[in-house]
Design a protein around this ligand. Structure first.
Ligand SMILES: [Zn+2]
Length: 611
């Protein structure tokens, strides 16, 4: 990826007033010099979310998030930094010229660009095959039979890949894409498909490759910002030995386990509902969405991966699985469980009538009935306990123990202690054993590592913050021009590199920010990791202490004093070590004298050093 020059970031920050940007998402109320609102990032009844027009920052004193206008768009829209910058640039009509990095980075950037363009154009070509060309007739008929109108096909840019070996390949070559691009994109594969040797691929002649997707309805798969990055193709005519669904392979654009189908269209609805309906297929998702049930996602493939679950957790706390009622559906549900529970998602299950899928059901019953099914969906554990108990003869003690052990294994995956206790109670009641006995079956191995950080750990929280003296200097260096200049005139780098906890102050001093220019503050904040950005946003909302100039000197001298004392102590310890050379000893003695001399200056009354 190219990097966006900091001047451009500043320019974009200056052109996007944070009050207007945040105010376009939800109303802000004036509160003195600032604006306030109920925090969109945590549940609260009284507003602790503050926005400062003069500093151009936001900060929530409830959950600790905060930062520049870019951070807000990133957190609120769930997009990465470059996307947030592009969004705000577009909002204010600024064009971004990205600086490129090293040759390697540049090549990657170009490959990505080519692949994105190829995917966008291929999606359009597949779509035109479906809606305009003769070859798409059987696919049109099929979709019509499944209730997918031309408008829906257009909204989701559905397409058709002709049942030919080189239809896409020859179309793409005619547009100037070379064999290597096509193979890297995964749209075309080599004859020797097991061969993944990159060197050989670059020497390929066109005729040694063929289209991956043939005779398939094509569903474009999008990333967060709505760019096509892969495809899923459904076989039009069932063929023996051919997979019904085929996905793009892993490419520089597409990591299968990281993408949820439909997310670019459904994320707002997910956040609003705080609940995701998960269905298996693309058609299920499209049908539900078009019927007005919009908080839906579909994993690519059968079960949830760890990454998909983590992505989902950013949007919702609860997941309702809507898998087919057959054995395969139940298996998919069970396999999804691990990832979902580890991310502390509440999981419920809709039991579909035999032979139905979400698509057929919502068509037959309509939106309201389907919503009722979702609302009354069983808790996953109840559903699971039910199924296990039905399958086993629990009148025999041996069979009962076996069920108990299997249940315990699943319950062990829950790492939220409250949720775990609740499930243990229910499972043990159902089995007719005491919770304590059931508890002995649970594995004590803690799952996941983030559990101790509490429920908010996924989000950028303000770090505990540095020591008070460093924090005061950070505040002053951010807010007060004379104080900042005072610090810059000292040997700040040398001193702070030896002071504990001072990394953030070093960052503040080495950046080219201007305390009175909010755009430069925004550009600076954009260089920080989220926890530090949240800290800075808190400092920016604090009052600058009166008498900043004497304060800065006092805090600075305190830190300098401590550093000198520590260095002196270290040198005095070192000189007692055995086996020092005479040269070492002389050097250390000199150091000690020098440090003692410097420290003596501190005992003179403050202010005597200058003038
Ligand atoms: Zn908050």
């Amino acid at each position: 990826m190219g990097t966006i020059p900091s001047e451009t970031i500043e320019q974009i920050a200056a052109a996007n007033d944070i009050i207007e940007v945040i105010g376009s998402y939800f109303p802000l109320k004036r509160a003195g010099a600032n604006f306030k609102a109920l925090c969109p990032f945590h549940q609260e009844k009284t507003p602790s979310f503050m926005v400062s027009p003069s500093r151009q920052t936001f900060h929530c004193f409830g959950c600790g998030v905060g930062g520049s206008v870019f951070r807000f768009v990133m957190d609120y829209e769930h997009v990465d930094f470059p996307s947030a910058v592009r969004k705000l640039a577009a909002r204010s009509g600024i064009t971004i010229v990205e600086k490129r990095g090293a040759a390697d980075e540049e090549r990657q950037y170009e490959t990505r660009g080519t692949l994105l363009k190829l995917h966008a154009e291929a999606a359009e070509w597949f779509h035109e095959n479906l809606v305009k060309r003769e070859v798409g007739e059987p696919a049109r008929k099929y979709l019509k039979k499944r209730g997918i109108t031309a408008e829906i096909a257009k909204r989701w840019q559905l397409g058709y890949a002709p049942d030919e070996w080189d239809a896409l390949g020859s179309w793409a070559r005619a547009r100037g894409y070379d064999a290597r691009d096509l193979i890297t994109s995964g749209l075309v594969r080599t004859k020797d498909e097991a061969d993944s040797d990159q060197n050989q691929i670059s020497n390929l002649k066109p005729q040694t490759s063929y289209d991956r997707f043939r005779g398939r309805i094509m569903f474009p798969i999008h990333n967060d910002v709505g760019e096509v990055i892969a495809f899923s193709g459904r076989l039009l005519k069932d063929e023996e030995g051919a997979a019904k669904y085929l996905n793009s392979p892993e490419t520089p654009l597409f990591r299968k386990g990281n993408v949820l189908f439909g997310l670019h269209k459904t994320k707002r609805a997910l956040i609003e509902a705080d609940c995701a309906i998960v269905c298996e297929g693309q058609i299920d998702l499209i049908s539900l969405f078009e019927a007005g049930i919009t908080n839906v996602v579909a994993p690519q493939g059968t079960a949830f991966t760890e990454n998909q679950a983590r992505i989902l957790k950013r949007f919702v706390d609860e997941v309702v699985l809507c898998f087919d009622s057959d054995a395969a559906g139940a298996k998919a549900a069970e396999r999804s469980l691990d990832a979902l529970l580890q991310n502390d998602l509440i999981v419920r299950v809709v039991e579909l009538p035999v032979g139905e899928d979400p698509d057929s059901l919502v068509r037959r019953e309509g939106k309201e009935k389907f919503e009722n099914r979702v609302a009354s969906a069983q808790d996953f554990f109840d559903y699971w306990i039910e199924r296990e108990m039905e399958a086993a003869d629990v009148s025999s003690l041996g069979a009962k123990m076996q069920v108990a052990r299997r249940l315990a294994e699943t319950v062990s995956r829950v790492h939220d202690p409250l949720m775990r206790g609740e499930v243990v109670n229910r499972a043990s009641a159902r089995l007719g054993v005491s919770p304590a006995d059931f508890g002995t079956l649970l594995s004590t191995r803690p799952r996941g590592t983030a559990s101790s950080e509490g429920p908010e750990s996924a989000r950028a929280q303000a770090a505990p913050g540095p020591r008070h003296d460093i924090a005061m200097l950070c505040l002053l260096a951010l807010r007060d021009e004379p104080a900042r200049n005072f610090l810059l005139a000292q040997n700040w780098r040398e001193t702070l590199e030896q002071a504990p906890d001072a990394e953030i102050l070093i960052r503040i001093l080495q950046s080219e920010l201007h305390p009175d220019d909010p755009a430069s503050l925004s550009a600076f904040m954009a260089t920080l990791p989220p926890a530090e950005e949240a800290l800075v946003s808190a400092w920016l909302l604090q009052k600058v202490p009166a008498a900043a100039e004497t304060m800065v000197e006092k805090w600075w001298l305190g830190i300098r004093h401590a550093v000198l004392r520590r260095r002196l102590k270290a040198a005095q310890n070192r000189i007692r070590l055995p086996e020092l050379s005479t040269g070492d000893i002389v050097n250390l003695q000199k150091q000690i004298l020098d440090l003692q001399e410097q420290l003596r200056e501190f005992s003179q009354p403050a202010g005597a050093a200058d003038n």
